[in-house]
Design a protein around this ligand. Structure first.
Ligand code: FAD
Length: 474
């Protein structure tokens, strides 16, 4: 990438207007590095918070509340936001992107932030002869998917959610809360199996069952017929709706057509450059080393780093730490590292009665992975030890999980991370004088929203704030 001083205007094209793209644009704008930015998004809506789609399905959030940045914000910052347009080709020799309406746009640097696309599980009958999905079948990735499903809910008595991962749980909860008799079909032996172990999976299943949801694990849906959805164990589930939530894969078709190196995702180096140095990739579509991510914290970390690179800073991306905060009403899950596959001593506390499971994997006194389900009151301190690789005494891991929460946010040191999505420390929150300032300058609370209680408490230390704190969602 040709980098110059702020007086040189260069054209930056961002393909995709999702969560990574939005964060990138915010950060490039903040650095005033002389880029003339155009954002091209194929969805018709202003950039929105995808994490909260299940809250819209559930009815607790209005779709408008998901907007990350309004068209007015883009106009104010002289960013050309074009929605409902799809980039169909990249002409790398001419340095042009070709849009689906036939127009071409030149670039000096281009960023692929095309996200991921849902995978279609091998179930016969999902797709009709005309190539369209069976009318009972729904995907759940975009606001339009969510609207279509929301419109189907009042006529539906029953639903089957295919896939017991993060997305499946969010959708199943929302449908159950809306009064639809919901069944979840998961091929693995427990729910959320990519993130947590069987004990935590069982607690999550109990929690869903309390809402009236039925959970089938170790069963695969094989065929959709007029009678219902047939499973490989012989059962047929009668259903009005089938929601596909069985995973996604990086959206790489555009990069592949342009001849860029693609493995699982679009391959990037330590400068987040693809095999063409003028083209970068970030977020769910990118692959760095062996890592393909799929969560907001790494997408936002990459976006922040790329903004610094585009401003001429000498920084290198070395991969993202594996941190996930999963969001669904009354279901809090946080995962640090890979607790199911990392070797070490396991210290765990399970309380199925209240629906919580906390697990640390400890090696040489250091927390090398963790998962928390149900009760995240300890996540701040655990993340801090995990990040700093603090060597704990033999009694500390157990003490961290037992008894009263060891640290209220108000007592966290300034360096402790409060918002995993935007990587915001307690000190940065404390430096803000209002909630609006926290949201606007740090973007804490605008991702999964899991940090909202901690931010609320940190701000509450400032006596003048009082009543404005109620507005923090969710
Ligand atoms: C329902 C749901 C719930 C989730 N919950 C969580 C959660 O609790 N925690 C968490 O960390 N993560 C969660 N995720 C994952 C998170 O949303 C993604 O990691 C994040 O959105 C990645 O950002 P991105 O910009 O890479 O992709 P996206 O946000 O998907 O944006 C990509 C955009 O690019 C557009 N696009 C693609 N190709 C083109 C093209 N050729 N031309 C123009 N536009 C194009 C797409 O339509 C899309 O709008 C969830 C995802 C979903 C779908």
């Amino acid at each position: 990438v040709r980098r110059g001083g702020p007086d040189v205007s260069r054209r930056l094209l961002v393909v995709g207007s999702g969560m990574a793209a939005t964060r990138l644009v915010e950060q490039v704008v903040a650095r005033r590095a002389g880029w003339e930015i155009t954002v091209l998004g194929d969805e018709p809506h202003p950039p929105y918070n995808r994490i909260l789609l299940s809250a819209v399905l559930e009815g607790t959030h209005d779709p408008v509340a998901l907007t990350l940045r309004t068209p007015g914000w883009y106009a104010e910052h002289r960013v050309d936001l074009r929605l409902g347009v799809r980039v169909v080709e990249l002409d790398r020799d001419r340095r042009e992107a070709v849009l689906d309406d036939g127009t071409t746009l030149g670039y000096d640097a281009l960023v692929l932030a095309t996200g991921s696309i849902p995978t279609l599980p091998p179930i016969r009958g999902l797709v009709r002869v005309d190539g369209r999905l069976h009318p009972k079948v729904h995907a759940f990735r975009s606001l339009d998917d969510c609207t279509r499903l929301r419109e189907a809910v009042p006529q539906a008595r029953s639903a089957v959610v295919v896939g017991g991962g993060l997305l499946g749980l969010q959708v199943a909860r929302a449908l159950s809360v809306r009064g639809v008799a919901t069944e979840v079909v998961e091929g693995g032996d427990h729910l959320l199996r990519s993130q947590v172990g069987p004990e935590a999976g069982a607690i999550i299943a109990r929690d869903l069952q309390r809402l009236g949801t039925t959970v089938y694990t170790g069963a695969r849906a094989v065929r959709l017929t007029d009678d219902g959805l047939r499973l490989d164990n012989g059962y047929t589930l009668e259903t009005d709706l089938v929601v596909l939530t069985a995973g996604g894969r990086p959206s790489t078709a555009l990069a592949r057509r342009a001849g860029l190196e693609v493995r699982r995702g679009v391959v990037v180096d330590d400068q987040l450059r693809t095999s063409d140095p003028l083209i970068h990739a970030i977020g769910d579509c990118a692959q760095h080393g062996l890592q393909v991510t799929g969560f907001v914290p790494p997408a936002w970390e990459q976006a922040g780093l790329l903004a610094r690179l585009l401003a001429g800073e000498e920084v290198a991306y070395t991969g993202s730490r594996n941190v996930a905060r999963l969001r669904a009403t009354d279901l809090d899950v946080a995962v640090l590292g890979d607790p199911e596959r990392t070797e070490g001593d396991v210290v765990a506390v399970s309380n199925p009665v209240v629906g919580s499971h906390r697990k640390l994997v400890v090696r040489g006194g250091v927390i090398v992975a963790a998962s928390l389900v149900g009760d995240l009151s300890r996540i701040g301190l655990i993340t801090q030890h995990y990040d700093r690789r603090t060597v704990l005494s033999v009694s500390e891991p157990g003490a961290l999980l037992m008894g009263d929460p060891p640290s209220r946010p108000a007592q966290l040191p300034d360096s402790a991370e409060v918002c995993a999505c935007a990587g915001v420390s307690a000190g940065l929150v404390r430096a803000c004088s209002s909630l609006e300032q926290v949201r606007d300058t740090t973007r804490a609370t605008t991702g999964c929203g899991g940090c909202a209680p901690a931010v609320r408490q940190l701000l509450a230390q400032r006596p003048s704030l009082g009543t404005t704190l109620e507005g923090i969602a969710p």
